[in-house]
Design a protein around this ligand. Structure first.
Ligand code: UD1
Ligand code: MG
Length: 455
């Protein structure tokens, strides 16, 4: 049976008080509507139609993908009017699943069950019992049989007492849906075309209406305000933290971790509080991450130790390496096994071979660093001449003293020693001491100027 999906995403989201369309607000680093698309990904829909309106061009750019079609709804006259815009693109013979662009945590299994409950023959509504149903459309039943949905604003006091609510998601036989949509009117409190009015039409047509219960509240919660967005963020992060704990990862506090992408952990990984993971991060067996680290698109080898307050982006950290506290690894930083990077050290587009160390206040940019190199405190590569970047190559067992400037392009041979305070702009030969600084001199008979004595 052909399945088409309609995602309503035309609303402005006034209560967000933001210039960004609501469905592009970020939850766990991804636009809300992207979460909905992800949830649909394995439903094998024939087509997914996203209804855009407010900020349409931005939303359309964000959701562009094969199989996703955007249709504009201008002006926005209600949810029924929104789905009407998709009608020309829906296959009569199938099922249409209607989802909300601002209800991001819908479970794929729930969406699939809803489509299955319809099966091209029944009108299936996703519902939930809430302690506080205010604001939601209520499911009106006659005995066990669903008779319709009444919007909160149109409900009588007796109807407002109903706790079973419509979550905003439904699946309908497409041909019948098209018939019902064509008959919608806007004679209600909000002068809108309500999608929910099709329920009474289905009942009148003798089409069975089934209520399919959501698994939990979180998956049907919508985002209307910054407070609700923050609440969903914590719920989602809690879920992710619990999945990690269940997989054996030791989190110091499951309430204090943020995963805005994919975090893959080996065995016996320990993560201290307040770490943020973005993009794809892979952590090897037995690695430990200290508190307050921000790690994006990086790989951390087995047994590595990351001290608190580090910032990594597109970095690779070798097995048993030690990094931080306060280290910054920028794109292309590749640390071999047992490398040590200490406090206030920045590494960019550089490869450090096994056992190399830069322990204090240093910069390595566009460099190749050999095995066991010791890179002194306060030393930097001057890799940029104002127009182009140049490489610095340090052989194995090089010692660079403190406070050196390596003016790239430059090479230092294996086993060379660079004296502290040197500015190195020519090749330094292997195995020898190279010093490039003014010689120390002591000036004889020099006297410090004295202040004139007051009379
Ligand atoms: C809707 C349901 C209500 C349900 C609630 C669940 C209707 C009439 N009511 O009410 O029964 O309990 O969701 O959250 O459907 N949208 C458009 N175009 C429009 C209007 C809305 O694309 O013209 C989009 C919005 O961006 C949003 C979604 O449709 O993503 C729902 O619209 P919203 O105005 O929030 O509906 P509710 O009043 O919450
Ligand atoms: Mg709403």
């Amino acid at each position: 049976m052909a399945l088409d999906i309609v995602i309503m995403a035309a609303g402005k989201g006034t209560r967000m008080k933001s210039a960004l369309p609501k469905v592009l607000q970020r939850l766990a680093g991804r636009p809300l509507v992207q979460h909905v698309l992800d949830a649909c990904a394995d439903l094998q829909a024939r087509r997914t139609v996203v209804i855009t309106g407010f900020g349409a061009a931005d939303v359309e750019r964000a959701v562009a993908a094969p199989g996703v079609l955007c249709v504009r709804q201008e002006p926005q006259l209600g949810t029924g009017h929104a789905v009407q815009q998709a009608v020309p693109h829906l296959d009569d013979a199938g099922t249409t699943l209607v989802l909300n662009g601002d209800v991001p945590l819908i479970e794929p299994a729930t969406a699939r069950a809803l489509a299955a409950a319809c099966d091209g023959q029944r009108l299936a509504l996703l519902t939930l019992e809430l302690d506080d149903p205010s604001g939601y459309g209520r499911i009106v039943r006659d005995g066990a049989v669903v008779r319709g949905i009444v919007e909160h604003k149109d409900a009588s006091p007796a109807q407002r007492a109903i706790r079973e609510v419509y979550t905003g998601m439904m699946a309908a036989p497409t041909a019948a849906l098209k018939r019902w949509l064509a008959r919608l009117k806007n004679d209600n409190a909000q002068r809108e075309y309500y999608l929910t009015d099709i329920v009474a039409m289905a009942v009148a047509d003798g089409v069975p209406v089934v209520a399919s219960a959501a698994q939990d509240e979180t998956e049907v919660l919508g985002v209307n305000s910054p407070a609700q967005l923050a609440d969903l963020e914590r719920r989602l992060q809690r879920r992710r933290a619990e999945a990690l704990l269940a997989a054996g990862v030791r989190l110091a506090d499951p309430a204090r971790i943020d995963i805005r992408g994919e975090l893959v952990c080996g065995q016996d990984v320990e993560i201290d509080i307040n770490c943020v993971f973005e993009g794809r991060v892979v952590i090897g067996d037995g690695a430990r991450i200290g508190a307050h680290c921000v790690i994006r698109d990086s790989r951390i080898g087995a047994g590595a130790r990351v001290q608190p307050f580090c910032d990594f982006q597109q970095a690779v950290i070798g097995e048993q390496a030690q990094v931080g506290p306060f280290a910054r690894l920028r794109p292309g930083a590749e640390l071999g096994p047992e490398v040590h990077i200490g406090n206030f050290v920045e590494v960019k587009n550089s490869t450090l071979a096994r056992g190399a160390k830069a322990n204090h206040l240093a910069y390595l940019g566009d460099s190749t660093v050999g095995e066991r190199v010791n890179y002194g405190a306060g030393s930097i590569t001057a890799n940029y001449d104002g127009a182009a970047k140049h490489r610095t190559v340090l052989g194995n067992d090089v010692h660079v003293g403190s406070n050196c400037v390596l003016v790239a392009p430059v090479t230092v041979g294996d086993g060379a020693t660079i004296g502290a305070g040197s500015v190195i702009s020519k090749p330094a030969p292997a195995g020898q001491l190279t010093v490039a600084r003014a010689r120390q001199a002591t000036v004889a008979n020099w006297a410090r100027p004295a202040k004139a004595k007051k009379p």
